[in-house]
Ligand binder design. Structure first.
Ligand SMILES: Nc1ncnc2c1ncn2[C@@H]1O[C@H](COP(=O)(O)OP(=O)(O)OP(=O)(O)O)[C@@H](O)[C@H]1O
Ligand SMILES: [Mg+2]
Length: 346
């Protein structure tokens, strides 16, 4: 409602009140002939018109001043929140502005509550998963120590062996803690990507050499297409090494005996696509959408048996996304799996 139309409304109300009041006075003053004093009616009309207009103007100024104060308070509240909703188009009607502000504010609060609820679920799940994963190695260590204390220490057939097993469990805990640290750094954006130009074909060969013993133990061949051709990319060398280790280790862990893991590169113009394929156990379609979630494992017992926590692919995805690139997976159960990610050409 504009100022102009608001004033017209006030005038009309004052007019109606004055009309009613003067009509009442006119009726009250009717004499025996059925006549009334027209001066008296006119004076009462004028007095009631002016007084109701003054009263209405006062209420109008006071009420709209309060509405404007309320509008400013609600807007300030809304703008203080982390993610205020988009700007509101104000009109000259204070009441509808106030209404829009309150609606936007309520919407922001609703979104905030949803976000906090999701975070709470994530926090609970995360804590549950972490304690669950740490329990196994801790109980193992406890078991070995108790057996050693119960006389095993003097038994040369088990003492060294149990200490070595306990050490393996400690290693497992350290890996979990390291992975958790990487995840939390990547999720809070603390981890800075330091891009450099390097030959990723050389890095792949390096990672393959390091994993060769594990692969040969299963009869798996690790191969790189076009071994001699360098492929330059612009990325964080250390982090991409972590990605390659995760994907190549997975291809061996979940590969079939006497299988093969192949790495290929494709030139996509501005980017290079890196493809890691295996002919291992594969992954059922239903699991693919959740594969990159932290702690997600297709076959929990099989993965744990292999020393897996389900954090590897979550870390891989974070690293690739921190490079503003993408990672995809294609898999057929019983046939094999292909992971492919992109990097900027160097
Ligand atoms: N190449 C693959 N072939 C078949 N299944 C795979 C392959 N890579 C990953 N998976 C499945 O995806 C799950 C998640 O992989 P991820 O690397 O995140 O965890 P993990 O290997 O179990 O443990 P971590 O990597 O933390 O040691 C694995 O448990 C496995 O079930
Ligand atoms: Mg893994």
């Amino acid at each position: 409602m504009s100022n102009y139309s608001r004033k017209s409304v006030l005038l009309i109300i004052a007019f109606i009140v004055a009309l009613l009041f003067s009509t009442l006075i006119g009726f009250a003053m009717l004499n025996s002939n059925g006549k009334t004093s027209s001066e008296l009616v006119l004076v009462s009309f004028l007095i009631s018109f002016i007084s109701s207009l003054i009263l209405l103007l006062f209420v109008n100024v006071y009420v709209f001043k309060k509405i404007n104060q309320l509008l400013v308070t609600v807007r300030d509240f809304r703008l203080q929140s982390d993610k205020p909703s988009s700007n509101i188009n104000y009109t000259s009607n204070e009441l509808s502005n106030l209404n829009s502000e309150i609606v936007a504010w309520a919407e922001d609060r609703k979104n905030e509550i949803e976000r906090l609820k999701k975070l709470e679920v994530y926090r609970r799940e995360f804590l549950g998963n972490v304690s669950h994963e740490l329990k196994t190695p801790i109980f193992n260590i406890q078991g070995y120590i108790l057996t050693l204390l119960d006389g095993g220490l003097d038994d040369p057939s088990i003492n060294k062996n149990y200490l070595m097993r306990a050490e393996k469990s400690v290693d497992r805990m350290i890996t979990i803690i390291d992975d958790l640290e990487s995840i939390s750094q990547l999720e809070t954006g603390e981890l800075q990507i330091e891009p450099e130009r390097f030959d990723i074909a050389f890095l792949v060969k390096d990672v393959m050499d390091a994993q060769e013993m594990k692969a040969t133990a299963k009869g798996i061949i690790l191969s790189l297409a076009d071994e001699l051709k360098p492929v330059f990319v612009l990325a964080d060398r250390f982090r991409i090494r972590q990605v390659l280790v995760n994907l190549i280790v997975n291809s061996v862990k979940y590969g079939k005996e006497y299988g093969e893991t192949k790495v290929r590169f494709h030139d996509l113009g501005n980017n290079i696509s890196i493809e890691i394929s295996d002919n291992g156990i594969g992954i059922d379609k239903e699991h693919l959408p959740r594969l990159f979630e932290r702690f997600y494992r297709v076959d929990k017992s099989r993965s744990r048996e292999q020393g897996g926590t389900g954090l590897g692919l979550a870390i891989v995805k974070h690293i690739i996304e921190a490079h503003n690139q993408t990672i995809n997976v294609m898999s057929t159960a019983g046939v094999g799996t292909v992971f492919s990610f992109t990097l900027k050409k160097g």
